[in-house]
Each structure stands twice: as structure tokens, then as C-alpha cells.
Design a protein around this ligand. Structure first.
Ligand code: GLN
Length: 242
């Protein structure tokens, strides 16, 4: 029986807006289908095993917690996470975690290093934070367009480098910077997004896409009774005025 191995990076520090709920959804959806699930954690100063997980997860965090994690990620865990991404493991990062995937997160005089998995940079703006319900259109598999719905609250504005693909197109809300209409980043199996909610309880089809991709499964997963989850998704879409 396949087992999904998930490694949560900095689970105590990078866990804003109940982002831990994303891990619970992955665990339950594997469990309900009889798939194995193993959760490990890698905190500040811990070595990261580049072969130890199928999916590496970083949640959102406040600026002060990001400061603690940024150096650790860029120094202690840098090579391992690049190796993991290179062998096709899924890397999922939300908000504060997403901001650390690029080159840097600039906060006034201070510039936090990123782990440089993707070509993007984030700058903390003096303008009002970008807050509210958000919906984006994504095309994770060619020709299949779907909606992710969630909530965003970030002071940082993220700009993607030329040729870097966003995760999706903003249907409603602010997205990466409130200006260019893009949200998140996707580079093969490396995915970053500003969507909290948490993300996966409101978008369980995306949780299933992540499980399938992380395990390298080609067949669709066994369907589950998703009536409650579908209602949550519909409610989130309504909140985002779709
Ligand atoms: N501290 C970051 C910002 O404000 C990320 C916040 C978050 O994870 N919600 O931009």
C-alpha cells in the first residue's frame, strides 16, 4: 500500500491561520482511502533528509518568525531542499513560507535570504496589507481549469522573474502583489501560494492532486464523500464573490 511521507518544516513557527489544517487534510484523505501517511518535522537547526519525504510543507508566518526560519532554510536546509525538488518531491509553501522560496524578502533595511528554488522576490510594502477572500483560476493539468478559493493577508508583494509561471490567475482578490493579476508560483512540483483558509480544507480536490503528484500515481484517487468539503469550497467561492 503506498504511503505518503510528509515533512513539515518549522511547524511550530510557520503555522499562521491554522495552516496546520493542510497537514490534517492530507492525513485524513490518505487514511480514508487506506493509503499510509507518515508525518515528520524539521525545525530550526535540524538537518533535512532530501529523500525522506514525498511532500515538504512550509506554512505561513509572521515577519518575526520568518526571520528565524529564513537563514536556517537558506543555509542549513538549502542543499537538501534543492535535491528534494530535483528528484520531483512536491514542495508546498503558503504565504510566509512561499515568500522564502525565492531570492529574498526585503523588510525595510533588512533583507532576508530566500532558498532560491524559484525566480521571485518579495518586498514588504508600506502600503496597506493585502487582506481578503481570494479566488484564483489554476490549470494544474493541461486543459483542466479549476478554482482555488481562500483568504490572504500579507504585507509582502511578490514579483515573479521573467519566464516564471504563476500558480494561477486572480479572479478576485489581490494575489502576488495586487497589480499584475497573478497568484503564487509553480515550477514543476514546487508550489507557492498566498492562500490560507487553510488552503486544503477549502480545496480538497487540490489536496488530492498533491497526494497523487507526490506519490507519482497516474490513476485518479478513489472518490470520497466530499459533500461537506464541497460546501466549504462553494462557501469560499461565494465569499470571494465568484
Ligand atoms: N509575514 C508575511 C507578510 O506579511 C507573511 C504573512 C502570512 O504568512 N500571512 O507578508
Amino acid at each position: 500500500m503506498p504511503e505518503l511521507r510528509v515533512c513539515a518544516l518549522y511547524p511550530d513557527l510557520m503555522n499562521i491561520y491554522a495552516d496546520r489544517g493542510n497537514l490534517l487534510v492530507l492525513e485524513r484523505r490518505c487514511h480514508w482511502r487506506g493509503l499510509g501517511f507518515r508525518l515528520t518535522a524539521s525545525g530550526l537547526g535540524d538537518a533535512l533528509d532530501p529523500g525522506g519525504a514525498d511532500l515538504y510543507y512550509i506554512g505561513g508566518g509572521q515577519d518575526r518568525d520568518q526571520k528565524l526560519c529564513a537563514l536556517d532554510l537558506a543555509q542549513v536546509k538549502r542543499d537538501a531542499i534543492h535535491q528534494a525538488a530535483g528528484r520531483g518531491a512536491v514542495i508546498l509553501a503558503v504565504c510566509g513560507g512561499y515568500q522564502l522560496l525565492g531570492h529574498s524578502y526585503q523588510l525595510g533595511e533588512e533583507t532576508l535570504p530566500g532558498v532560491e528554488l524559484v525566480d521571485l522576490a518579495t518586498v514588504r510594502s508600506e502600503e496597506p496589507r493585502l487582506i481578503g477572500n481570494v479566488a484564483i483560476e489554476v490549470e494544474l493539468d493541461p486543459g483542466v481549469r479549476r478554482t482555488l478559493a481562500g483568504f490572504e493577508n500579507h504585507g509582502g508583494r511578490t514579483k515573479l522573474g521573467p519566464g516564471t509561471e504563476p500558480l494561477g490567475r486572480v479572479l478576485n482578490g489581490h494575489g502576488n502583489n495586487g497589480a499584475d493579476g497573478y497568484e503564487g508560483v509553480r515550477s514543476d512540483n514546487v508550489i507557492g501560494t498566498y492562500l490560507h483558509g487553510p488552503l486544503l480544507p477549502k480545496n480538497v480536490w487540490f489536496a488530492d492532486w498533491l497526494i497523487r503528484t507526490a506519490l507519482g500515481l497516474t490513476e485518479p484517487l478513489e472518490p470520497l464523500d466530499d459533500r461537506l468539503e464541497d460546501d466549504a469550497h462553494a462557501e469560499a467561492r461565494r465569499a470571494a464573490r465568484l
